[in-house]
Design a protein around this ligand. Structure first.
Ligand SMILES: Nc1ncnc2c1ncn2[C@@H]1O[C@H](COP(=O)(O)OP(=O)(O)OP(=O)(O)O)[C@@H](O)[C@H]1O
Length: 591
């Protein structure tokens, strides 16, 4: 029985020992040493019992818990005057330097600039001294004025995010616009239409916006505005409109922008989030990819259209031309594409080249004024793949890329079977290499716009019908097309939702070098039996420049066909992206 008690006591003792606070253990050890001191047995026994008592242990545990909880999330400064403490310590130390090396070391340590800097920073944070000190807001009311508001902002590197102008009717300075996400907008205190009465105590009556800007430029620290609130102020809700820019914009070189600093530069192809379209001429926008929350000014669609028309008129006047200057466009001298006198190009594949009348269609294209296109994200749809359109100058290598892409997954990538009016040859199967139809039927269908492209070769018609493209898409294939660029407009529709890849030639010298090195066959040669001539290389470059000029706003991506393997890799990546990622398309395709 005694043995059982002894074991239980030992277990309890070990449990207590385990949980014991290290400070208490230390005290108990010191108590052992204190036995040697002249003290009464009774006092030592009392202390020993107290230090071993469960109650004291529990109290210590509670204390420790509170301490650890209190300090785990936040650290509080012990004091906020460590600089003063340091000065006091130095005072004490100075007399002890000769008698203690430690004191000497500490004395020199505390005088080091980085130690003092650290203590100073500590005190600044402890005293929360990092907020700007705003002067008292003047309370005396001006009896002649109606309601005024005093707005104080701290000047920093960030622009204010508001513009001012002289009101046409009253001649007063008013807030013209408040940029979304800018400092003024975030303050919630400055609104469009507010009248600026004073800036930093300076009355702005009779002053021009430029004078006011000068006052702002010259002021340091805080800026105090006295404003008369506008009647119809409201916080404008942010619009959700996204657009793809079809032109480059640089605010610094724009002579019309009301405030250059507020401008947002962008490049053709950038996706812009239009946050405010209230102003007829100047929209507020952010770049979709830019995390900077402040919006900038961009020309509205109406303004940009006017500007382009103006520029076109100027150019045509200079050239002594009519409305639109053809000579402003890079000219295509290739005569390959004319319905009247077709000169057909053949190549390794059996598909015949399609013929277009470039001059006719280009006139139509010039009417378009590319500014912004509203876009939305199209999410991949399982089992339905967007057709891939390879667009580019004849001879640049679209056929080669298409062929190689299809070869990577022939069961997945397909190209539509063309139609022809030529008679079927022995051994041919209708629907394998061609669909064979009568010339009358084909002409009828061409008339009814059922063909995305068509042409004539040796008295027979050839063409690709939009139905065959749709059939491939609906059967779950990735349809790969390399139509003539004039078919783009017809193909780029909400029903097909194609992804358009522009195949661009490399620099002329590289084009020649790569094609000659690969013994490339000229697609301008009827028999496809020789290489490209100098003139044909030049034609590829000129056609490419023209296609870019007319259609680049329709391209989703550009692949430079320099090194074939690299271009194919890029093409495969693009096709995979189209299958798996949400991508921007014209908004009307998604609605
Ligand atoms: N990156 C390249 N390097 C070397 N040769 C190339 C490259 N790309 C294509 N070629 C070769 O150039 C020739 C023309 O290419 P392809 O037939 O694909 O042109 P295309 O753009 O389809 O022209 P067209 O529309 O007139 O048929 C072919 O012999 C092809 O193998």
């Amino acid at each position: 029985m005694n043995e059982v008690f002894r074991m239980t006591a030992e277990v309890m003792a070990s449990e207590v020992k385990e949980k014991r606070d290290p400070a208490l253990t230390k005290l108990l050890t010191s108590l052992q040493q204190a036995k040697e001191l002249p003290s009464t047995e009774e006092e030592l026994g009392f202390l020993n019992n107290l230090l071993q008592s469960k109650e004291l242990h529990a109290l210590f545990n509670v204390h420790n818990k509170i301490i650890s909880n209190g300090t785990s999330d936040k650290f509080y400064p012990m004091l906020s005057t460590s600089m003063q403490v340091m000065v006091d310590v130095l005072d004490v130390l100075v007399s002890r330097i000769p008698i203690s090396d430690d004191c000497k070391e500490l004395f020199y340590l505390l005088q080091k600039p980085h130690v003092q800097g650290l203590l100073c920073a500590h005190d600044t944070v402890a005293q929360k001294d990092y907020y700007p000190h705003l002067p008292e807001i003047p309370t005396e009311a001006d009896e002649e004025e109606e309601t005024v508001k005093i707005v104080q902002l701290v000047k920093s590197n960030e622009p204010l995010g508001a513009t001012i102008k002289t009101d046409d009717e009253t001649g007063k300075i008013i807030i013209a616009r408040v940029m979304h996400g800018g400092a003024a907008d975030r303050s919630g205190l400055i609104h469009v239409g507010d009248e600026v009465v004073e800036v930093n105590g300076i009355n702005v009556e009779g002053k021009t916006p430029n004078d006011v800007l000068q006052i702002l430029k010259n002021s340091e620290g805080t800026i105090t505005f006295k404003l008369v609130p506008s009647d119809g102020k409201s916080s404008v809700r942010e619009s959700k409109v996204r657009v793809r820019a079809h032109f480059d914009y640089n605010a610094t070189t724009d002579p019309y922008i009301p405030c250059k600093e507020a401008g947002l530069d962008f490049q053709k192809g950038d996706i812009l989030h239009i946050v405010c379209q209230d102003d007829a001429y100047w929209w507020q926008a952010r770049k979709e990819s830019d995390r900077n929350m402040r919006a900038g000014l961009i020309p509205s669609r109406a303004l940009q259209e006017r500007r382009i028309l103006y520029e076109r008129n100027q150019t045509s006047k200079e050239n002594g031309n009519g409305l639109c200057s053809v000579s402003a466009l890079p000219l295509l001298t290739c005569s390959n594409y004319s319905l009247n006198s077709p000169s057909i190009c053949t190549n390794n594949s059996k598909t015949k080249k399609i013929i277009y009348d470039t001059s006719e269609n280009d006139d139509f294209d010039r009417e378009e004024i590319p500014t912004y296109e509203e876009v939305a994200k199209l999410y991949p749809r399982p089992g339905i793949y967007r057709p891939i359109i390879l667009i580019g100058a004849p001879g640049v290598g679209r056929n080669e890329l298409k062929r190689r892409l299809i070869a990577t997954h022939p069961e997945k990538y397909k190209t539509p079977i063309p139609y022809t009016s030529r008679p079927m040859k022995p051994g041919e199967i209708n629907g394998k290499e061609y669909f064979f139809v009568s010339r009358e039927k084909m002409e009828e269908d061409i008339e009814a716009s059922k063909f995305i492209e068509f042409g004539e070769y040796k008295g027979n018609l050839y063409g690709t019908s939009s139905e065959s493209v749709k059939a491939l898409v609906n059967s779950g294939y990735v349809c790969i097309l390399n139509p003539h660029y004039q078919a783009l407009k017809m193909l780029r529709n909400a029903q097909l939702k194609p992804y358009i890849i522009y195949v661009k030639p490399p620099r002329l010298d590289v084009l020649k070098e790569t094609r000659n090195a690969a013994s490339a066959r000229s697609t301008f040669d009827v028999h496809n039996s020789r290489g490209f001539t100098e003139e044909e290389f030049n034609t590829i470059m000129k056609s490419s420049a023209r296609i870019e000029f007319l259609y680049s706003h329709l391209f989703d991506e550009t692949i430079v066909n320099e090194d074939l393997a690299k271009a194919l890799r890029q093409l495969v990546e693009a096709v995979n992206r189209v299958e798996t990622e949400p991508l921007w398309v014209p908004a009307s395709w998604v609605q």
